[in-house]
Design a protein around this ligand. Sequence first.
Ligand code: FPP
Length: 243
Amino acid sequence: MPKDPHNAQVAGPRHVAIIMDGNGRWAQARGRPRLFGHHAGARRVREVVEACPGLGVKYLTVFAFSTENWKRTQVEVAGLMSLFRRYIVKETRTLKDNGIRVRFIGDRVRLDAKLIDLMDTLERETQENDLVHLTVALNYGGRDEVARATKRLARDVADGKLHPEDVDEETLPRYLDTRVLPDPDLVIRTSGEARISNFLLWQSAYSEYEFIDTLWPDFTAAELERLCKSFGARDRRFGAVPA
Ligand code: FPP
């Protein structure tokens, strides 16, 4: 069986990606504004990151803001952007001191200069860390990422750096935002919705999926542990037949 080389030593997932859904409903159920749910959701990110080393999860990727999320009300979008800025300022020291390397994926063009500056600083401040690689998808869409990657690839072809005949399925990933990351082994979506909403489209071709009912602000380290264990019991074949 062609085991994923990243998983050769451990039974659990090495890269977990999470669609953190349900913040709005969680807040509404408490009669509070949607942003109250996003703040509760942001606190959960820390608990989940802290659980990763004990579970053998080296890479954690979280979907914080999609290319489609701009369609939300101006109040919610502005509130989320302010939350991201405050989160980075507040968490930089802890992330740095706890061995977490942070990266951002997504298109930065629509983000404000202050936020981009904070993102650059956090990436730089944590670049020596290697305990857990936390990737935050911000203004991220899978199709947008593939389109941007294709544009860069086409430029290299136009500049004579790449020959069209040499383009194969190893080529495009080198142009994706995730180029330094392994593909996710396990993709989790909270809040009962069973769709992938444009998240890591290329990268999750062979990922296992877990769609769970828990709303993101209620997600716990214990639930992550349960999902990691259940992943370990699965037989991943990558298209091959069992040995
Ligand atoms: C989806 O819930 C969640 C979001 C669009 C935002 C996710 C952001 C966070 C969890 C907080 C910040 C994260 C970091 C890394 C600082 P929803 O609003 O669609 O919920 P609903 O489906 O119940 O309306």
